[in-house]
Design a protein around this ligand. Structure first.
Ligand SMILES: [Zn+2]
Ligand SMILES: [Zn+2]
Ligand SMILES: [Zn+2]
Length: 336
């Protein structure tokens, strides 16, 4: 029997996902389940969406325990999907064909629409874990989508701060941040017609960067065909930048933040956050005592110094992409 449940943390006001079978998840399988010809995938595809074989959330989830007083327990209802990004076993978002990346984003759009139709689903979260150091057990290029029966804490917090800012200033917080970054130009790295890549002045991870849509929009399904292609472009350039930084494939988390299902307001602005865990070529940034114990991040350099390193990397990346036959759709920061 497997158990999938949600347990409420009354101190922090957030849900944890508890699933009893996930611990038996294989670390390395003999044969890659995402390569063409596997039992699940067959042949003749270039991007494929499938159900996670070891889901943390299920639509037929069974609870192992019951709510007692304020110690709330709910069934772990939800969906865990995998988006296999290419039939090729090796690669990253900067090396898979551009059209595959476009299809991956379209899969995010379609899944968001589909999953939000389930009235029990409150939030759809596409993300990507890259690299062994992040804990990736399957190296075949893929991203994931979790459909959650609640709005996660971090998103709630972004909405709450967005709402406060909107009430006070009559405009979107992220539109405002983007305007500040684009006028100051100290931390911007790349922009095309629809998106801007920059390091936020409040970066928590040493090489953290964010992608904001230039126009205000809240969810993936709102992106037009052209905006999808521009998003694929800025993601490709971002990952190429990271993989050019130290000349090895940099581990990272890519978190796609969109508005919750059925939330109609102007407080949420679509964006993507990248968290690489390195702080230099051979050192990692650990979330340790001060970070875990208080959620206060320490940044051991000036973010602007790290931006200069990323600017160098993005210059090399755009040359590398050009050599591989890809012309970037926007302008990157020039190294002076
Ligand atoms: Zn494979
Ligand atoms: Zn906005
Ligand atoms: Zn965010």
């Amino acid at each position: 029997m497997t158990y999938n449940e949600l347990r409420w943390n009354p101190l922090l006001g957030l849900w944890n996902i508890v699933s009893s079978k996930r611990k038996t998840r294989p670390w390395r399988e003999e044969k890659c389940p995402f390569c063409p010809g596997s039992r699940e995938l067959g042949y003749g595809w270039d991007v494929k969406v499938l159900d996670n074989m070891f889901p943390a959330l299920k639509t037929d989830a069974q609870k192992a325990t019951d709510t007692r007083d304020i110690l709330k327990v709910k069934s772990g209802y939800g969906y865990c999907k995998v988006v296999v990004e290419t039939p090729e076993h090796v690669g990253d978002l900067d090396t898979i064909p551009f059209d595959n990346l476009v299809k991956v984003i379209k899969a995010f759009q379609e899944e968001t629409e589909k999953l939000c139709e389930d009235r029990r689903i409150k939030y759809v979260f596409p993300f990507r874990n890259k690299g062994e150091l992040i804990g990736v057990s399957l190296t075949h290029p893929h991203s994931q989508i979790y459909a959650l029966p609640f709005i996660p804490y971090r998103i709630k917090s972004e909405i709450a701060n967005g709402r406060t800012f909107y009430k006070k200033n009559g405009r979107c917080l992220l539109c405002h941040i983007l305007e500040l970054e684009r006028s100051e130009k100290k931390r911007t790295l790349y922009s095309n017609r629809s998106f801007t890549l920059f390091m936020p002045s409040f970066a928590m991870w040493p090489y953290e960067t964010h992608i904001y849509s230039n126009k205000h929009l809240a969810t993936l399904p709102e992106l037009s065909e052209e905006q999808v292609r521009d998003l694929a472009d800025v993601i490709k350039v971002t990952v190429a930048m990271y993989n050019s930084l130290f000349d090895f494939d940099l581990p990272y988390v890519m978190a796609v933040h969109q508005a919750p299902c059925n939330l109609k307001h102007n407080f949420f602005h679509f964006h993507i956050e990248f968290y690489p865990i390195h702080r230099s070529k051979d050192k990692l940034k650990y979330a340790a005592g001060i970070e875990w114990g208080t959620w206060t991040f320490t940044y051991d350099d000036l973010p602007e110094n790290k931006v200069a390193e990323l600017a160098n990397a993005i210059q090399r990346a755009s040359q590398r992409l050009a050599t591989a036959g890809y012309t970037i759709r926007g302008d990157h920061r020039q190294v002076t």
